[in-house]
Design a protein around this ligand. Structure first.
Ligand code: AMP
Ligand code: ZN
Length: 336
């Protein structure tokens, strides 16, 4: 998924601020609120999304999960011929792998690091006092060795690297993960925790590019079978800072990322629901992955945003699944 390119930036702001002393714009921005009959409100009113008070952090109803499960199974059927190795990871990665991935160079604003209380009894007393006074209590929260997974394919590269050179046909890996991105938003399709299903291709440049173009065709056909309006477009990731603008331009110039867009929250700015990525030899270099000729491997992936696809279906076919077009229900729920 979104892959870092070489560019570094400083962290955006300091987070140490007493909760009561002055308004905290970051805290305000993170809080969920209803609008005037927005898509978010409609999904919440229909019971499909359950708000938690934090923007982009929702519970899901059985109805929404049923659609997500069906999409996941449909993607499995679509990729059945890929001989993909199925791997599943928890929604967090090893901090050392995270550091090596260079994610902090490219997307520090999106990363989520897991912190835990690392003090003694004295420090805990201080924390309890702060909680009582509604003051900032996080002074003794220190980073653990666990970082939230930013994209489903991130745990795959270090694993493949440990296996030695690739077989001549390369590898295809099937992953599904909850992913975290710190991008609180009132747009219900922009969540902080969501599921991403991916097929990851590791091999030669020719193998990866052929895989990507095959999946663009397949995925577009899939979305059309679900009767969803869509367009394919060249895209770029939200690289951080001034250096990020150069990284984004270079990503576009090299056509490294395509997205399948579906109008969901807005007609004018359709939502990227699937992405087709070519990382060139970026991850191959970082992880020292070799192809069968011992050259640096190339990688790419196709990513399906399961919540975005499901919400697109509800938006276009209505909130009552029983009323969806028969062909859409057959595509989702017939296992043919
Ligand atoms: P990306 O790595 O940005 O290409 O993301 C892969 C796919 O994950 C996208 O095409 C979306 O469908 C989905 N996705 C990315 N960010 C979010 C988000 N904040 N909330 C929900 N889905 C997302
Ligand atoms: Zn990926």
């Amino acid at each position: 998924m979104n892959s870092p390119t070489a560019q570094a930036s400083a962290l955006p702001h300091s987070t140490s601020r007493a909760a009561t002393s002055q308004p905290d714009p970051w805290r305000e921005a993170s809080l969920d609120r209803s609008g005037v009959n927005t898509l978010r409100d409609q999904l919440v009113a229909a019971g499909l999304l359950i708000p938690t008070g934090v923007a982009g952090l929702f519970g899901r109803s059985q109805q929404l999960e049923r659609v997500i499960d069906a999409l996941d199974a449909l993607i499995t059927r679509l990729g059945a011929d890929q001989q993909a190795e199925v791997l599943r990871f928890p929604p967090a990665i090893n901090r050392a792998d995270f550091e090596r991935s260079e994610y902090m160079k490219a997307f520090p604003q999106l990363a989520g690091t897991v912190h835990s209380f690392c003090g003694g009894e004295h420090e805990q007393q201080r924390v309890l006092q702060c909680l009582d006074r509604a003051e900032d209590w996080t002074e003794y929260q220190k980073p653990t060795y666990v970082v939230m997974t930013p994209a489903a394919c991130y745990p795959v590269y270090p694993v493949v690297a440990t296996r030695g050179p690739l077989p001549p046909e390369g590898r295809v890996v099937d992953v599904l993960s909850w992913c975290f991105r710190h991008e609180p938003s009132l747009d219900p399709t922009r969540m902080q925790l969501f599921r991403m299903r991916e097929f990851v291709r590791i091999g030669t440049a020719a193998q990866v590019l052929a895989f990507r173009s095959e999946w663009i065709t397949r995925a577009k056909a899939l979305i059309e079978s679900l009767l969803l309006p869509n367009t394919l477009d060249l895209a770029n990731d939200p690289f951080f800072g001034r250096g990020g603008r150069i990284a984004a331009r270079s990503q576009r110039e090299q056509s490294l990322k395509f997205e399948l867009l579906i109008p969901v929250e807005s007609e004018e700015k359709p939502t990227a629901c699937l992405s087709f990525n070519y990382h060139s030899d970026h991850f191959g270099q970082l992880w020292s992955i070799q192809d069968s000729d011992l050259r640096v491997a190339h990688t790419g992936c196709v990513g399906f945003g399961l919540e975005r696809m499901a919400i697109a279906l509800f938006k276009h076919h209505g909130f009552d699944v029983g009323q969806w077009p028969v062909s859409v229900r057959e595509t989702l729920w017939s296992s043919a």
